[in-house]
Design a protein around this ligand. Structure first.
Ligand SMILES: NC(=O)c1ccc[n+]([C@@H]2O[C@H](COP(=O)([O-])OP(=O)(O)OC[C@H]3O[C@@H](n4cnc5c(N)ncnc54)[C@H](O)[C@@H]3O)[C@@H](O)[C@H]2O)c1
Length: 345
């Protein structure tokens, strides 16, 4: 019997935003972080692959599939740093959570907002494990679409209260300052990266430029800092000076993908990295000394979207958000697809 269309949900960007608002942004980021932690702890149960990336001179389009025995999930996502000039976001995404036993899509939804939530959730989760305990201040370098969500994630999961902001685009920082104020969070504008990172516990780099940038230089890094490098996520698109990667343990999501796309693309193939599952399963000690520098070389892995899709699916069920159920035809006789055709006029 074909899977009933009644169990299927199609959530638009508006539906997803309403769902997040109803449950609360911070609660959603925390809930997604819990799912991500739970899923990385059972890493061995997943069929994993590096994402399929199709490049053009202006950006990249990626397909990110992953599956366990119960669910298959994928995300479509782009990364086009110059899109703002055309009135489009740098990152746009949608995806699906499907049932392995039948192949039926259970949830198809916008993932643009959810990508920001799951990225913030992953960043904050990793920092919770390896940043210095009682970290209270963070520099946010790059004040675009993702930045508010990073601030909320770090505030609610780590109690970070002081945000040092820098962006080459003055208006982006204006926007972030306004939005942080609405959230009851305090941001402070700086006029250079070097000034913004002075004295902070955590540095998040989350800029967008299709180039090997050196947003952070070795001199910017002081003992004890945690670096959350998010914007280097494509071949030829990095943010950290390569020598920074020698300053402390480098944590990655999935090494085969990170070696192509992450900061570690600047290093030889055998450069030592620790995959997050090793940390979360207790196979790596993480930070061993308050003076350690720790580095999360984030590129975004399909498992984070799998965890987020599971979260959205459960939340929509719990809150009874129906969305539109009509993505796949519901057929009384599964062999009579023709019956689904409207009568000819
Ligand atoms: N690792 C992940 O999981 C993940 C997830 C989502 C996004 N990303 C990446 O994060 C980055 C930010 O995404 P977004 O949606 O916020 O993009 P965005 O275009 O909305 O914002 C990027 C900001 O970076 C600023 N910027 C560019 N160069 C800079 C520089 N040299 N110094 C300071 N600021 C600079 C831009 O002015 C812009 O305000 C992108 O590179 C994206 O690919 C990674």
């Amino acid at each position: 019997m074909i899977h009933s269309a009644k169990t299927m949900r199609c959530l638009s960007a508006d539906n997803v935003a309403a769902l997040v608002a109803q449950h609360g942004l911070a609660a959603c980021i925390a809930g997604i972080a819990d799912n991500i932690a739970a899923d990385f702890k059972r890493w061995q149960e997943f069929e994993k692959s590096s994402r399929l990336a199709t490049h053009s001179p202006l950006g990249v389009i990626e397909l990110m599939p992953i599956a366990d025995q119960q669910y298959y999930a994928f995300k479509y996502v782009n990364g086009h740093p110059k899109n703002e000039q055309l009135g489009l976001p740098t990152i746009m995404a949608f995806g699906a959570l499907c049932e392995m036993d039948t192949g039926a899509p259970l949830l198809v939804c916008d993932l643009t907002l959810i990508t920001a939530l799951r990225t913030a959730a992953t960043s904050a989760l990793v920092a919770k494990w390896v940043a210095r305990p009682n970290s209270k201040s963070m520099a946010l370098i790059g004040n675009g679409a993702q930045s508010e969500f990073q601030a909320v994630g770090f505030h609610h999961l780590l109690e970070v209260t002081e945000f040092h902001l820098f962006d080459v685009d003055y208006k982006a920082t204006d926007k972030l300052l306004r939005n942080l104020a609405k959230l009851g969070l305090k941001g402070r504008r700086f006029t250079s990266v070097a000034e913004a990172v002075q004295g902070v516990d955590i540095i998040t780099t989350i800029t967008a430029d299709k180039t090997n940038a050196t947003i952070l230089l070795p001199d910017d890094i002081k003992p004890g800092m945690h670096i959350n490098g998010v914007g280097g996520d494509c071949p030829g698109k990095t943010e950290l000076h390569a020598d920074i990667l020698d300053m402390g343990p480098v944590f990655v999501e999935y090494a085969p993908q990170s070696r192509i796309e992450g900061e570690v693309q600047q290093k030889p193939q055998d450069f030592p990295v620790i995959e997050l599952w090793e940390l979360l399963q207790g196979r790596h000690p993480g930070r061993t000394n308050p003076d350690n520098v720790t580095i999360f070389d984030s590129v975004g892995f399909a498992l984070e979207d799998f965890s987020a899709l599971r979260y959205v699916h459960d939340l929509a069920n719990r809150l009874g958000v129906a969305g539109s159920p009509a993505l796949i035809p519901s057929l009384p006789d599964p062999k009579n697809l023709f019956s689904f055709m409207p009568p000819a006029l």
